[in-house]
Design a binder for this molecule. Sequence first.
Ligand code: BG6
Length: 493
Amino acid sequence: DTIKPTIILVFGATGDLAKRKLFPAFYNLYLDGRMPENFEIIALGRKKSSDALYRSHVSENLTEFSRNKITSKKEFEQFASHISYLQNDIDKEESYLLMKQKLDAIDSAFGARANRLFYLSIAPSFIETISNNIKKLDLAANPDQDRIIIEKPFGYDKSSAELLNKLLARTFEEEQIYRIDHYLGKETVQNILAFRFGNSMFEPLWNRNFIDSVQITVAEEVGVEDRGGFYEGAGALRDMIQNHLMQILTMVAMEAPTSLQADEVRNRKADVLKAIRRITPEEVNHYTVRGQYDKASVNGKTIPGYLQEKGVDAKSTTETFVAMKFYLDNWRWQGVPFYVRTGKRMKEKQSSIVIQFKPVPHSTFSFGKEGMMPNRLIINIQPAMDIRLQFMTKKQGLSLSLKPAEMVFDYFSCSTQATEAYETLLLDALQGDPTLFMRSDQVEEAWDVVTSIQDAWENDKFSSLHKYEAGSWGPEAANELLARQGHSWASNT
Ligand code: BG6
């Protein structure tokens, strides 16, 4: 489909996200011929710069971060000719007047009012000012043409998210607002729906009658890096569980949508969020485990603990690890535990979903040394990108004993390069398809789930914060959470 002429305005264009993700995504879409025929990108930043200087930064950043590197200078220059830099002071009205002049000038060069895509890659505290100024100057007055993309964190808790939704609603219609969760753009996450609803043989088993438990892990090997200041006010529950992990959970648990129409898919996801059983403050230690990484020596190298990181309070109780158990109160999932965990400085980078099926009702065979393994379906999201079905087979030989075996679908056997999540999501936003973006009710519902946990932890600052060694799979308490019901984390090998 051809996309209408579009002007993309990137607030925070000198920041990290623009550097690592946004401009590489624009460039790769451009190389793939997926950018609109007529487009302009206005990079907005506080610093003084020029078009030429900004373009040369883009070139350097592409060399470092883009999956396709620059192979032809001419091709890059053609791409870069669409990019301009505009110095912008978020608080000053003049900045928006200059922006308006620039937008009008581009429209007249295009010979038509172009679509406008505002990308807010800035701290949430600036959203209100930007949104009010956009309204004041009528910069996004056409709901069919103008859109705004908001990065996470979307609020800090339930009430701040509600407030943010309210103030955005003063300027934008809901269908203009694209709340991004980049996990939804990941190839392997999108494939969950394809796998579930594009096949007939898994769905009949996809319920409490056959599934024993579900595990979702998003483990990172890195620490907080240079984001200590930001992370102190966030923690793993807000930074990862409220958004990425809950979104994955909705894809695993949702009912089949009748169409891929944006609101149909989002309604089905919202149903899951509504069905999540809320955890009361009294129950919080039973259902959740929070941890913080401690310094450790790994392969002779000392890794600093969270408390030694730059920008972190030496007495901080911010969690860098969360493991928890959710239940969904609906017909499909009643009684099935959903174990969810995420952490920084874990043993390895690994994101996966494990669907564990119920054990056989009666054990006829003798099992080898490995013992009986439950049937599992493992969906690896990253860095491995594959789907594994684990089952028991006969061990070769004269006796009838069994051993575990596995069938594997590997993405890299079909294609060598996966598109990046931001490419998918930016293209959707350019095309006006909000399916993979979060609606206001979804964000509020997700915050509702985590806010009571956050409150309970804040009232009981130290007692349940478990230290874990950097480079491990997290605190022992996270294993105990599963062991209570005879389960164990599938990936702790
Ligand atoms: C971000 C979090 O949303 O996701 C980061 O703020 C985290 O703390 C990142 O590191 C993980 O994303 P990915 O795509 O590298 O798994």
